[in-house]
Design a protein around this ligand. Structure first.
Ligand SMILES: Nc1ncnc2c1ncn2[C@@H]1O[C@H](COP(=O)(O)OP(=O)(O)OP(=O)(O)O)[C@@H](O)[C@H]1O
Ligand SMILES: Nc1ncnc2c1ncn2[C@@H]1O[C@H](COP(=O)(O)OP(=O)(O)OP(=O)(O)O)[C@@H](O)[C@H]1O
Ligand SMILES: [Mg+2]
Ligand SMILES: [Mg+2]
Lengths: 223, 223
């Protein structure tokens, strides 16, 4: 599903270069539940943003489902994201003026799946707060709306940035069960960032980052 | 430090009443590291907001360091917060146009502790990103700036809403060590929300919430 060859992501801050990713090499097959782990600041969110076409590498090659993302222009990246990618952001990024249900429906409509919205919201345990605005939701509830919104698209690639970070253990496992079900049932490819060492081991593949480099790729315990 | 008697927090959404807290009774001594746990949506953030004077109870009595918060007006609550409380928000709430260091310094200046800002930022491991804006920081880095900003005030009461939620285990433990040090060294009272069951046990006192009620108050393993 994903091939990264010597991928770098650099930011310029004044006259200092910040190397968020330094020469990442990676090959991930489709339909797997990939877990991305590593310390704070090691480049996990950056990795996800590149895989989802939300950002472009400074150098190197990045292919997802055979498409060369590093060559695409804005319009092509937007199209790629819309069709293929569901994103659960680390900061949720919900539309503040829309209710929980409307936030999910907004995406459901884009893919002609209007009625799926209410079902997906129920699947993450939020039927009872469907008409709350984000500001009227708890942190974990906002996170689950973000997850529902990404899932309702039935994307080929789900990029989840610490999707259980604001959830208690029980709720987090319920959510993971959902993601696993979609992976096994519909062949969805998942790349999930987590710093929960227990959840990390539950993936098919565990990719470990440190200081912008991949230092290990190992099978998880799902295997 | 804190006495809550039959505290309720209710929200009106259309014609539906949401009971975020339903008759909470609690007595917590000062200088303790109190951990607040419970499922997503159980009322933890609401509890913290009331203790910090960011919000007012709908009914009931709430006394912190002997002051009756439920009787205070806006000006009195603002003064209470400014003098006594350091808050680490679940969503960080950094000033987006100020750098990491400036965000911390803003608060340090309020309490005449200007030079403490750089030291506190270093204590949470962020000296190397002091001049990044929040949008140029990773999730865990933003969270640590929020922690530094709360600590630099040397508050009597530190309210931390899942302060390690975006951190890997190692970094999270470093941060907790910092909070513990402040508690033992300067008698700071801490109320920390976490859904990490291991960290939860490290408190002096563990308060368990469910559906807006306190269902258990027990000693932690720090005792
Ligand atoms: N302004 C509001 N209007 C209506 N309901 C609200 C409002 N704020 C919070 N709630 C509801 O009150 C309940 C408790 O919210 P709170 O944020 O305290 O939960 P929490 O324990 O912090 O959850 P989490 O672990 O997910 O952060 C939630 O069910 C939420 O939907
Ligand atoms: N726009 C930017 N400009 C400059 N530096 C940046 C920018 N965005 C990210 N960085 C830096 O790049 C590094 C990697 O960031 P990234 O968000 O990928 O980390 P992360 O692994 O997701 O961390 P966390 O676990 O804390 O969320 C960080 O040190 C961060 O300060
Ligand atoms: Mg991140
Ligand atoms: Mg909360």
């Amino acid at each position: 599903a994903l091939v990264a060859r010597d991928v770098w992501k650099q930011y310029l801050l004044g006259d200092v270069t910040v190397n968020a990713l330094r020469g990442v090499n990676l090959q991930l097959p489709a339909g797997r539940f990939v877990v991305l782990v590593g310390p704070s600041g090691s480049g996990k969110t950056t990795m996800l943003n590149l895989a989802g076409g939300l950002d472009v590498p400074t150098k190197g090659e990045l292919l997802v489902f055979g498409r060369r993302l590093n060559d695409m222009n804005e319009a092509q990246l937007t199209e790629y994201r819309r069709r293929e990618v569901g994103f659960v952001f680390q900061m949720f990024n919900l539309v503040p003026t829309l209710t929980a249900l409307e936030n999910v429906r907004l995406v459901a409509q884009l893919v002609g799946n209007d009625d799926l919205a209410a079902d997906t919201l129920a699947a993450v345990g939020l039927a009872h707060v469907a008409d709350h605005l984000p500001s009227q939701l708890s942190g974990g509830e906002q996170q689950r709306v973000a997850i529902a919104r990404a899932l309702v698209k039935q994307p080929r690639l789900l990029l989840a940035d610490e999707p259980t970070g604001a959830l208690d253990v029980e709720t987090g496992l319920e959510v993971l069960g959902l993601l696993w079900h979609e992976t096994r049932k519909r062949g969805m490819t998942v790349m999930m960032v987590t710093h929960n060492t227990i959840l990390a081991r539950l993936g098919d593949i565990v990719v470990r980052l440190r200081s912008g480099q991949v230092i290990e790729v190992a099978p998880g315990e799902a295997v």
